[in-house]
Design a binder for this molecule. Structure first.
Ligand code: F6P
Length: 323
């Protein structure tokens, strides 16, 4: 292997820059050339590829977003699109790839290795923490801290006005951000896709508060909730009871930005080094991860269509503490 291509794909996540930096510098450390592919698979199809040096990834470890930009490419889902992409890689002499992204990125990479035999490793980068095969994905810690900060701020105003807040956090079909920001933010209830609290259970919980004249409360809702998002739930509760002064805050994309935490920077650095070292040792069509503090390389089949189970202990803790 002489030339490694690196790119970010799918939703951005804080810490992706730290991962790019680690891949570039590890490649150079092992005397390889490293190229950045812009805008994920879109840039690969268009041949938007730039050479990166150790200095060109200086001063980015602390920055949110991704200097390589990112996209979700429809064309890459077609065989023709992938052929165009592969021809561009060949033209640049790129003979190995490192992708930083979520399950969509890993799926794209899998097809590319299958069809053209190009060695490739995926680094899990998504705020959702929805990939099995790694305890944490890059960006999840920062996003959860951002959510907690927001919840703390909402708590101040909720208490002052005796208001009930429904706060919606991201996570796609996963409840990781919700559970852990809910525990850390002291939420009265946490509603996640993995565990369906029924709407009636929620009403019981809230009206128990009514008995004790508790009007102010914070409910954290994962966007993937099966009983409705924050807006819908707030509406349904208001239809059933006029006891509460209800407000809704959807945290949205602010959870995707910001300077990565120390945890995400270190995680990204470790995974970046392991991705390149893995490729140089013959790993391919795998996602690198860290489980129980150990680097692991997971096959495509062990990751895609598998759910990163929510931590049962966190759920238990959340229940005990929300009485
Ligand atoms: O996968 C990351 C994520 O932020 C999810 O939590 C969310 O559902 C989705 O991406 C939003 O996607 P977009 O940025 O395309 O609106």
């Amino acid at each position: 292997i002489k030339r490694i291509g690196v790119f970010t794909s799918g939703g951005d996540a804080p810490g992706m820059n730290a991962a790019i930096r680690a891949v570039v510098r590890t490649g150079i450390y092992y005397q390889k050339e490293v190229f950045g592919i812009m805008r994920g698979y879109e840039g690969m199809i268009e041949g938007d590829i730039v050479k990166l040096g150790a200095r060109s990834v200086g001063n980015i470890i602390q920055r949110g977003g991704t200097i390589l930009k990112t996209a979700r490419s429809k064309e890459f889902r077609t065989k023709e699109g992938r052929l165009k992409a592969y021809n561009n890689l060949k033209k640049e002499g790129i003979d190995a790839l490192v992708a930083i992204g979520g399950d969509g990125s890993f799926t794209g990479l899998h097809y590319l290795t299958e069809e053209f035999g190009i060695p490739a490793v995926c680094i899990p980068g998504t705020i959702d923490n929805d990939l099995t095969g790694t305890d944490y994905t890059i960006g999840y810690d920062t996003a959860t801290n951002t959510a907690v900060e927001a919840i703390d701020k909402i708590r101040d105003t909720a208490l002052s006005h005796n208001r009930l807040f429904f706060i919606e956090v991201m996570g796609r079909n996963s409840g990781y951000i919700a559970v852990n920001s809910g525990i850390a933010g002291g939420a009265a209830a946490i509603i996640i896709p993995e565990e369906t609290m029924s709407f009636e259970n929620l009403m019981t919980l809230l009206t128990a508060g009514e008995g004790s004249s508790k009007k102010s409360n914070l409910i954290v809702v994962a966007e993937g909730s099966k009983i409705g998002g924050a807006t819908e739930l707030a509406k349904k509760v208001a239809e059933r009871s006029d006891y509460f002064d209800i407000k809704v805050t959807v945290l949205g994309h602010l959870q995707r930005g910001g300077s990565p935490t120390y945890f995400d920077r270190v995680l990204a650095s470790k995974l970046g080094v392991a991705a390149v070292e893995g490729i140089l040792k013959g790993q391919t069509d795998v996602m690198v991860g860290i489980r129980n503090s150990k680097i692991v390389y997971n096959s495509f089949d062990s990751i895609i269509n598998h759910v990163h189970e929510i931590d049962q202990e966190s759920l238990r803790i959340a229940k005990i503490l929300s009485i």
